[in-house]
Design a protein around this ligand. Sequence first.
Ligand SMILES: C[S@@+](CC[C@H](N)C(=O)[O-])C[C@H]1O[C@@H](n2cnc3c(N)ncnc32)[C@H](O)[C@@H]1O
Length: 308
Amino acid sequence: MSRQSIPTVSPLRPGARLTRTGDSTAAAANDSPLRSACARLRWPLPALLTWATAWGLFTTLQQLGVATAAAMAAALLLGGTAGLGTGLAGHSRWRGWIVAVGFPLSWGLHALLHGLAVPAAGLGSTVAAGGVLGELPAWAWLVPLALFLLAYPLRAWHDAPFFPTPSDALEGLADIAPLPARARILDAGCGLGHGLQALRRAYPSAQLQGVEWSWPLRWLASLRCRWAHIRRGDMWAQSWSGHDMVYLFQRPESMAHAAAKARQEMRPGSWLVSLEFKAPGLRLHAVLQREDARPVWVYAIGPAPRRG
Ligand SMILES: C[S@@+](CC[C@H](N)C(=O)[O-])C[C@H]1O[C@@H](n2cnc3c(N)ncnc32)[C@H](O)[C@@H]1O
């Protein structure tokens, strides 16, 4: 489907029951105790544990005289199994991949910067590779980590990582969730402002606001979206009552909380819109589903209008 084509809209029949199929709660109910225990570890602990264990395994095997290629294979297998095969990363595919690729990525980066004995063509043989930085003190690794944590504090990880809304993701939204001119729209967890830009395309005359926990992201979003009012803060601490629409692109795990907050604070007639993840228990008005794109779940706040 091209960008210009009309998106498929699937209005929910009035009175139709919302199911929670596919959300983390429903999935957790079918899990083994090991999987559920793993899924309860707070992110990013599973990733950090796996990466540390993979590095520990790799260096231990090398110290025991195991060939680099075999040690690599063992560490890769450990990371891959932990990330994609055990449920350690919860029910999120992208978290699974982060867990799985952490070791090979950091190994490659380390080899690039410092030089490492890398596997040569034949299993068991190695060649020395010179690093671009030579020897740096071990603590030097803490600098990029500290910068990363500054830009992206752990608190924000719990609700959502940084993933931007595609620019055309909300095409057609205004047709199914009409708003008056100057309507107030909040992007809760606005990141770098991509969601705000998509909202602006859909509602050019709206008053757009964003709230973002990470201060560098908030600052960059303000630069990118000068027409929006963006502040740094916790989206859960701010009331959603004054908004005609709240837009979210968060995590499946956050959606029950978001739905409860919307039910409690948003006034009847307003909208909660969520990219990709369902908000359980709210009245689903429509799903904007473009081909090869994430679904946009559109919830109407308040009771359904009486018919007849
Ligand atoms: C998936 S990104 C979406 C960014 C933007 N809404 C978009 O669609 O392009 C989620 C953002 O929510 C932010 N976030 C997560 N938890 C938050 C919280 N409690 N308060 C404010 N922002 C939060 C993250 O830092 C991240 O930038």
